[in-house]
Design a protein. Structure first.
Length: 226
C-alpha cells in the first residue's frame, strides 16, 4: 500500500508531461503547415496560449516527478524511480520545446504598438487609394506620391515605424517610402490582389503587413515574395 501511494506522483508527472505535449502539438502544427497568412490575433490563441499551458504542464511534471523520485524507497528504485525520472525528463523536454516555440514571438511584445501603427498606415493608404479611385474613374494612383497631400496629408504614414533607420520623409515619397507599391490596379481588380506591403527587412522577424485591393491588411509570416 505504501508503494502504491508513493508511486502515484510518478504517474501524475508523466501524465502532466503528456498533456503538455498535446498542447504543444497545436503550435507545432501551425509551424509545420507553413501558413503564410496568420492573423495577429490568432497568434495568441494558436501559439502563445498553447505554449504557456504546455510549459506550465512541463513545470508541474518536473516538480511532481522530483518529489516522487525523492520519496520512493530504495526497494523500488528500479521501477518507481525510473518512472519518476522519465516524468522529470519529459517535463524538461516539454518546457524547453515550449520556450523554443514561443521565444521568436516574445520579441513582438515591445513592438506591439509599432506593429499596429504599421498596419494602420497601410489601412490608411488603402483608404486613400479608394478615395483617389472614386475621383479618377476607378483607377488607383500609379505611385504613392499621388496621394499626398490631397488624400493623405501626413508623410509619416508612408513609412513603416519598425523599419531600421526609418527615414523622415520629405517630398520624394516614392524613393523614400519603406512600403512597396504595385501600380496598375483599379476598383475592378481582383479583391485579393496585392496592392502594397512592407519592404523586406522592415520587421526583424521577417514578417510583413500586406495591403490588398479590397482594402484589408493581413500579416504574413516569412518567407514571402513580392
Amino acid at each position: 500500500m505504501k508503494r502504491c501511494k508513493i508511486f502515484w506522483p510518478a504517474v501524475v508527472s508523466r501524465l502532466m508531461a503528456i498533456v503538455g505535449i498535446v498542447f504543444l502539438a497545436v503550435p507545432v502544427g501551425v509551424k509545420l503547415s507553413r501558413i503564410t497568412h496568420v492573423p495577429e490575433d490568432l497568434v495568441i490563441w494558436t501559439i502563445m496560449v498553447p505554449c504557456l499551458i504546455g510549459a506550465a504542464c512541463g513545470v508541474v511534471a518536473v516538480l511532481v516527478g522530483t518529489v516522487a523520485f525523492a520519496l520512493l524507497s530504495a526497494r523500488t528504485r528500479m521501477a518507481g524511480r525510473g518512472a519518476a525520472l522519465s516524468g522529470v525528463f519529459m517535463g524538461c523536454a516539454v518546457g524547453l520545446a515550449a520556450v523554443a516555440i514561443i521565444f521568436p514571438h516574445v520579441g513582438h511584445a515591445p513592438n506591439g504598438d509599432l506593429r499596429r501603427r504599421c498596419r494602420t498606415n497601410l489601412e490608411q493608404i488603402g483608404l486613400a487609394c479608394h478615395t483617389y479611385a472614386a475621383d479618377n474613374n476607378g483607377e488607383f494612383p500609379d505611385k504613392l506620391s499621388r496621394l499626398y497631400p490631397s488624400y493623405l496629408g501626413v508623410l509619416d504614414i508612408f513609412s513603416c515605424p519598425i523599419a531600421p533607420d526609418s527615414p523622415r520623409l520629405g517630398e520624394c515619397i516614392d524613393e523614400e517610402t519603406t512600403y512597396l507599391y504595385a501600380p496598375g490596379h483599379s476598383l475592378s481588380s481582383h479583391p485579393s490582389a496585392l496592392l502594397a506591403c512592407d519592404k523586406p527587412g522592415n520587421h526583424p522577424d521577417g514578417s510583413a503587413a500586406e495591403l490588398y485591393v479590397e482594402g484589408h491588411v493581413e500579416w504574413r509570416a516569412p518567407p514571402f515574395e513580392w
